[in-house]
Design a protein around this ligand. Structure first.
Ligand code: MLT
Length: 235
């Protein structure tokens, strides 16, 4: 039976074997929710980038460039990190280069994995259905906040662990912790997440409508997968 584990922060990635493993990166508020929304609305591909300067240079290659730092859109870029920005007609068919505080970093740090998928509540079932077909070991990587564990990404990890519990074996307590947290929080998800630290940051920035949207389960049937440097929908 394949194993599923949860890495609660990218700072812990050195403890995990990524070879022969499918990594599912999640950053619920809001990077991977954005990526899923973008690919659901006709964006051709997304290039996750770690550094602002490197992302800026992608404009001259014909990319739309998007950047967020500390929850705010970075001045001089075309887009920030609100999923609602990626529903616009202007992004249809475009290639986007994106850098965020945590989510894009976690993707780049997972590069040794056999496959890298991007998950969010928005495409949860698409992720679970695909993982069931592969029967390969899975590591759900939580992007957290600047190396620290956060609530919302851990909840998503637990949702994936729960969804795979009939065909995967949990290999460590982090998978069990996330599963129990999700099981107990499910009936009051928004109320639970409204307590988290990143919601407080977003609220101080007047960014509140993104929060409930990013908690919506199975709104989109997309499967974002890294192919070379680009994230594309493989469904
Ligand atoms: C992140 O990368 O941590 C998030 O995307 C930050 C945000 O968009 O608020």
């Amino acid at each position: 039976m394949p194993q599923i584990d949860v890495c609660l922060s990218p700072e812990l990635l050195h403890l995990y074997q990524l070879e022969n493993t499918i990594v599912v990166v999640n950053d619920i508020l809001r990077a991977t929710s954005c990526m899923v929304t973008a690919l659901s609305h006709g964006v051709a591909s997304i290039v996750p980038i770690r550094e602002l300067d490197d992302c800026l240079k992608m404009r001259e290659k014909g990319y739309l460039i998007a950047a967020e730092r500390d929850g705010k859109m970075v001045e001089g870029f075309d887009l920030g990190n609100s999923p609602f920005s990626y529903m616009e007609q202007a992004v249809r068919g475009k290639k986007i280069a994106l850098t965020t505080t945590n989510g894009t970093q976690a993707i780049k740090l997972s590069e040794k994995a056999d496959e890298i998928l991007v998950g969010a509540f928005l495409n949860k079932q698409s992720i679970i259905d695909y993982l069931k077909t592969t029967q390969k070991d899975v590591l759900v990587v939580c992007s957290g906040w600047k190396g620290k564990v956060n609530l919302e990404d851990t909840l998503f990890a637990g949702a994936v662990v729960e969804g795979l519990s009939d065909t995967f074996e949990m290999s460590n307590d982090s998978a069990l912790i996330s599963k129990v947290l999700y099981r107990d929080s499910k009936p009051k998800m928004l109320e639970t997440v409204l307590q988290c630290s990143h919601v407080q940051r977003l609220k101080r920035l007047g960014i509140e409508k993104d929060i409930e949207f990013c908690l919506t389960e199975n709104l989109y049937n997309v499967l974002p997968k890294m192919q070379g440097e680009e994230l594309v929908n493989i469904l």
